[in-house]
Every structure is written in structure tokens, then in C-alpha cells.
Design a protein around this ligand. Sequence first.
Ligand code: PAF
Length: 277
Amino acid sequence: MKTVTTLSDLRAARLSLKGTVGLVPTMGYLHEGHLSLIQRAKEECKHVIVTIFVNPTQFGPNEDLSKYPRDLERDLNLIRPLGVDLVWNPSAEGMYPSGYQTWVEVEAMTRPLEGAMRPGHFKGVTTVVAKLFNATQPDRAYFGQKDAQQAAVIRKMTQDLNFPLEIVVCATVREADGLAMSSRNKYLNEDERKAATVLFRALSAAKELYEAGEMDAEKVRGKMKEVVTSEPLAQMQYVSCADYDTLEELDVVKGKALLSMAVFLGKTRLIDNFALG
Ligand code: PAF
């Protein structure tokens, strides 16, 4: 497994990879969810490239950029046994040299949900992902369903900008009690960690209601609100029952829908989602 930092070293190493290449873009502090993306890429591609880069442009001014967990040695030790060919760990200055001024932005789909709560977030994500695609030239790129809006936005960018690659979205990996794996779970204290199952409980209750025949999206959202507000340590930021493709809020649940939410446990913001239909 080769680890490189500069773009020129990455390009030289990429040239030596013949056959299909799978890319797993990450911000590091890897967990089982990332490892499952790498394993899937390994099954489907001849070579696998993992990028580890805490992308500053996708964090808002009051977000957790400076305290976002970082541990490159730990990440490399987790990746090594998986047969990854190449790890790219660029620096922020390498990615955004002084005078940098070019951005990639997907419009309507980035306005609701995470886009409404985190202005500028998706502009940072699509810009860095476009740069990662250009640099690594993958045949397939792997993303987690936990960040459902991110996956949809990246798929749209890939279509609209004619990137010649396939976006593969892999199922959310969960702890035994249902909590979706996330690098941010590390911030939770013991009580918050217990309370954090409220996202899974709220999504499960709403899904159950829908499966019992409830098609009124407001009632489905109401069920999620009821469960989240019953947890004293949780503070709901939003709950949503939206069209799966456009991410617009629904009145009636029909076709494929996305249940999603963002909830604070103390200072830690967690997101999760279920697909319906
Ligand atoms: O999902 C993430 O970890 C990041 O948003 C990504 C896709 C690596 C871009 O920085």
C-alpha cells in the first residue's frame, strides 16, 4: 500500500494502476462504515484508492473543523489489511493553494435539509469531490447511504459534469443498538451515546407507521418529532419526509421517499435516514 501526499506523487502512482479503479473518499478517523465501502470497492474493482482529507471548505464557521478527529496512523493500520493500493492524504494548502477561486455547485437539490442547516456545505463537498475525481480518475466511487443527500448531490454533479464514472451508494453500517456509525460518535459522552439511539428509534417508528398504511407525510414527520422530543438529551434540528430524488418535502408518501433527520446530542450533531418504498 502506497501513501502519497502531493498531487504529482498521486498522479505518478495512479499511472501505474491498470484496470478498473475504485475510489473511496473519506475525511479519515475511519469506522466500520468506511471499511465496508473499501471492501465493496475491493470486490468490484481491480485497484482501490482511498483519500483521507478533512476538507475545510465543507465546514461552516461555527462547525467542528479544528476538533474533527484525525489519526492518520490509526487509519492506515485499519486500511492496510484490506488490500488498498493507494492512499492519498493531501494537505489543505495542496488542495486549496493561495488564490484558489474555483467552485462546483449543484443548485436546487442542495437547498433543503442539510443544505438549509449548513449553508455552503455542499459547495465545499462537490468542489472537493470533483477535484478528487479529476486527480484519481476512478471508474467507480463509493459513498455511504448515511449521507443520503450528499450521495444524491454527488450523483447529480457526476451526471451534469459528465464525469465518466459510476457512483455506488452502500448501506449504512450500524452499531448493535441501531446507531449509525459516524466519526462524530466519538464526541458523545456515555449518557449522550445511550440517548443517540433516538434517531434510529424515531426513523423505525415512522417507517412502522408508513408500513401500517399511513400515507400522510405530516403524520409520518409527526411520529419522528414525537419520538425525538421524548428523549430529554436530544434536540431536534429537523425531521423530513421528502421525495427520494428531488428531496422536496412530501404531502403524501408515494413512490420512493426519504425519511431523514438531524439531531443534537449536547454539542454533537448527528444525522440519519431511512428510505421508504
Ligand atoms: O462524506 C465525507 O466524508 C465527505 O463529505 C467527503 C465525501 C469525503 C468529501 O469531503
